[in-house]
Design a protein around this ligand. Structure first.
Ligand SMILES: [Mg+2]
Length: 188
Protein backbone atom coordinates (compact mmCIF):
# COMPACT_ATOMS: atom_id res chain seq x y z
CA UNK A 1 0.00 0.00 0.00
CA UNK A 2 1.05 3.61 -0.56
CA UNK A 3 2.60 5.48 2.34
CA UNK A 4 0.13 6.88 4.82
CA UNK A 5 1.22 10.43 5.51
CA UNK A 6 -1.87 12.51 6.20
CA UNK A 7 -3.12 11.10 9.48
CA UNK A 8 -6.51 12.27 10.75
CA UNK A 9 -7.07 12.15 14.49
CA UNK A 10 -10.47 12.56 16.10
CA UNK A 11 -10.59 14.40 19.42
CA UNK A 12 -13.45 13.28 21.65
CA UNK A 13 -13.20 9.66 22.67
CA UNK A 14 -9.71 9.44 21.17
CA UNK A 15 -7.66 12.23 22.78
CA UNK A 16 -10.08 13.99 25.11
CA UNK A 17 -12.17 12.31 27.79
CA UNK A 18 -15.45 14.24 27.78
CA UNK A 19 -17.31 11.62 29.77
CA UNK A 20 -15.43 12.26 33.01
CA UNK A 21 -16.21 16.00 33.33
CA UNK A 22 -19.77 15.38 32.13
CA UNK A 23 -20.31 12.95 34.99
CA UNK A 24 -18.58 15.31 37.44
CA UNK A 25 -20.88 18.17 36.48
CA UNK A 26 -23.92 15.89 36.66
CA UNK A 27 -23.01 14.69 40.16
CA UNK A 28 -22.25 18.19 41.39
CA UNK A 29 -25.47 19.69 40.04
CA UNK A 30 -27.65 16.70 41.02
CA UNK A 31 -26.02 15.48 44.23
CA UNK A 32 -29.01 13.37 45.23
CA UNK A 33 -28.67 11.40 41.98
CA UNK A 34 -24.91 10.92 42.26
CA UNK A 35 -23.83 7.43 41.28
CA UNK A 36 -27.11 6.73 39.48
CA UNK A 37 -25.66 6.97 35.97
CA UNK A 38 -24.57 3.99 33.92
CA UNK A 39 -20.77 3.54 34.31
CA UNK A 40 -18.85 4.63 31.20
CA UNK A 41 -17.50 1.09 30.76
CA UNK A 42 -21.08 0.02 30.05
CA UNK A 43 -22.01 2.66 27.48
CA UNK A 44 -22.87 0.62 24.36
CA UNK A 45 -23.02 3.67 22.06
CA UNK A 46 -21.84 7.26 22.29
CA UNK A 47 -24.74 8.95 20.53
CA UNK A 48 -27.75 9.23 22.79
CA UNK A 49 -25.65 9.09 25.96
CA UNK A 50 -28.44 10.97 27.77
CA UNK A 51 -29.98 7.55 28.29
CA UNK A 52 -27.16 6.61 30.66
CA UNK A 53 -28.28 9.28 33.12
CA UNK A 54 -31.36 9.14 35.35
CA UNK A 55 -34.66 10.13 33.73
CA UNK A 56 -35.51 13.78 34.18
CA UNK A 57 -31.92 14.98 34.06
CA UNK A 58 -31.67 17.52 31.23
CA UNK A 59 -28.22 16.66 30.05
CA UNK A 60 -28.33 19.08 27.12
CA UNK A 61 -29.08 21.98 29.48
CA UNK A 62 -26.43 20.80 31.91
CA UNK A 63 -23.89 20.61 29.11
CA UNK A 64 -24.85 24.02 27.72
CA UNK A 65 -24.48 25.62 31.15
CA UNK A 66 -20.99 24.22 31.68
CA UNK A 67 -19.53 24.10 28.18
CA UNK A 68 -16.19 25.68 28.94
CA UNK A 69 -15.63 23.62 32.08
CA UNK A 70 -16.36 20.40 30.22
CA UNK A 71 -14.69 21.17 26.87
CA UNK A 72 -11.58 22.97 28.06
CA UNK A 73 -11.20 21.25 31.42
CA UNK A 74 -11.64 17.66 30.23
CA UNK A 75 -8.65 15.40 30.84
CA UNK A 76 -6.60 13.86 28.09
CA UNK A 77 -6.68 10.08 28.06
CA UNK A 78 -3.57 8.65 29.74
CA UNK A 79 -1.92 7.53 26.48
CA UNK A 80 -2.07 10.94 24.76
CA UNK A 81 1.28 12.25 25.98
CA UNK A 82 3.14 9.16 24.76
CA UNK A 83 1.38 9.43 21.43
CA UNK A 84 2.19 13.12 20.94
CA UNK A 85 5.82 12.48 21.85
CA UNK A 86 6.10 9.57 19.43
CA UNK A 87 4.48 10.88 16.24
CA UNK A 88 6.89 10.15 13.37
CA UNK A 89 8.36 13.30 11.82
CA UNK A 90 7.09 12.37 8.37
CA UNK A 91 3.46 12.25 9.47
CA UNK A 92 1.21 15.21 8.72
CA UNK A 93 -1.34 15.31 11.52
CA UNK A 94 -4.86 16.56 10.88
CA UNK A 95 -7.44 17.04 13.61
CA UNK A 96 -10.85 15.80 12.47
CA UNK A 97 -13.64 16.56 14.91
CA UNK A 98 -17.39 16.98 14.99
CA UNK A 99 -18.45 19.74 17.36
CA UNK A 100 -21.73 21.10 18.71
CA UNK A 101 -21.00 24.67 17.64
CA UNK A 102 -18.34 27.23 16.81
CA UNK A 103 -18.04 27.78 20.55
CA UNK A 104 -17.12 24.18 21.32
CA UNK A 105 -14.85 24.16 18.25
CA UNK A 106 -12.97 27.11 19.77
CA UNK A 107 -12.78 25.40 23.15
CA UNK A 108 -11.47 22.31 21.38
CA UNK A 109 -8.69 24.31 19.76
CA UNK A 110 -7.82 25.70 23.18
CA UNK A 111 -7.81 22.21 24.68
CA UNK A 112 -5.51 20.91 21.96
CA UNK A 113 -3.10 23.80 22.50
CA UNK A 114 -3.02 23.09 26.21
CA UNK A 115 -2.11 19.49 25.52
CA UNK A 116 0.66 20.28 23.04
CA UNK A 117 -1.31 19.27 19.94
CA UNK A 118 -0.94 22.15 17.50
CA UNK A 119 -1.98 22.03 13.87
CA UNK A 120 -2.35 24.90 11.39
CA UNK A 121 -5.87 26.10 10.55
CA UNK A 122 -5.98 24.13 7.30
CA UNK A 123 -5.44 20.91 9.23
CA UNK A 124 -8.09 21.60 11.89
CA UNK A 125 -11.23 20.11 10.37
CA UNK A 126 -14.53 20.61 12.18
CA UNK A 127 -17.04 18.50 10.29
CA UNK A 128 -19.64 15.79 10.67
CA UNK A 129 -18.59 14.42 7.25
CA UNK A 130 -15.27 12.90 8.12
CA UNK A 131 -15.05 10.93 4.88
CA UNK A 132 -14.55 14.19 2.97
CA UNK A 133 -11.40 15.30 4.77
CA UNK A 134 -8.15 15.01 2.71
CA UNK A 135 -6.43 12.37 4.83
CA UNK A 136 -5.02 8.88 4.24
CA UNK A 137 -6.06 7.42 7.60
CA UNK A 138 -8.69 8.28 10.21
CA UNK A 139 -8.36 7.32 13.86
CA UNK A 140 -11.79 7.62 15.45
CA UNK A 141 -13.96 6.05 18.14
CA UNK A 142 -17.34 6.01 16.37
CA UNK A 143 -18.18 3.28 13.87
CA UNK A 144 -20.24 5.58 11.62
CA UNK A 145 -17.29 7.93 11.11
CA UNK A 146 -14.98 5.02 10.38
CA UNK A 147 -17.44 3.62 7.85
CA UNK A 148 -17.67 7.02 6.11
CA UNK A 149 -13.89 7.12 5.92
CA UNK A 150 -13.69 3.62 4.46
CA UNK A 151 -16.29 4.46 1.79
CA UNK A 152 -14.04 7.32 0.69
CA UNK A 153 -10.83 5.32 0.47
CA UNK A 154 -9.47 6.45 3.83
CA UNK A 155 -7.97 3.74 6.05
CA UNK A 156 -10.20 3.56 9.15
CA UNK A 157 -8.68 2.71 12.53
CA UNK A 158 -10.80 2.47 15.65
CA UNK A 159 -9.59 3.47 19.13
CA UNK A 160 -11.12 0.92 21.51
CA UNK A 161 -13.85 2.37 23.68
CA UNK A 162 -16.81 0.72 25.38
CA UNK A 163 -19.16 2.25 22.80
CA UNK A 164 -17.56 0.93 19.61
CA UNK A 165 -17.68 -2.83 20.01
CA UNK A 166 -19.72 -3.03 16.80
CA UNK A 167 -16.74 -1.98 14.65
CA UNK A 168 -15.23 -5.04 12.99
CA UNK A 169 -12.28 -3.40 11.19
CA UNK A 170 -8.84 -2.39 12.40
CA UNK A 171 -8.62 -1.22 15.99
CA UNK A 172 -6.02 -0.26 18.57
CA UNK A 173 -6.12 -0.52 22.36
CA UNK A 174 -3.71 2.36 22.98
CA UNK A 175 -2.75 5.38 20.88
CA UNK A 176 0.94 4.49 20.42
CA UNK A 177 -0.22 1.21 18.86
CA UNK A 178 -0.96 3.29 15.79
CA UNK A 179 2.76 3.61 14.97
CA UNK A 180 3.48 -0.10 14.33
CA UNK A 181 0.04 -0.57 12.81
CA UNK A 182 0.71 2.04 10.13
CA UNK A 183 4.05 0.43 9.38
CA UNK A 184 2.29 -2.92 8.94
CA UNK A 185 -0.41 -1.45 6.70
CA UNK A 186 2.19 0.26 4.53
CA UNK A 187 4.11 -2.99 4.21
CA UNK A 188 0.75 -4.48 3.18
MG1 LIG B 1 -14.97 10.80 18.77
Amino acid sequence: MALLRHIGIDVDGVLRDLATPLIQVFEREHPRLAGRHVPVEQWPAWSGFEQYFPPGVDLAALTAAHLEEIWVGAPAYPDVAAFVAGVPREWVIHIVTTQLSDVTAGYTREWLDRHGIRVPDDRFHVTARKGEVPIDLLLDDVAGNLEAARENGIVPVCRDRPWNGDWTGLRIAALPDLFPLVTRIEAG
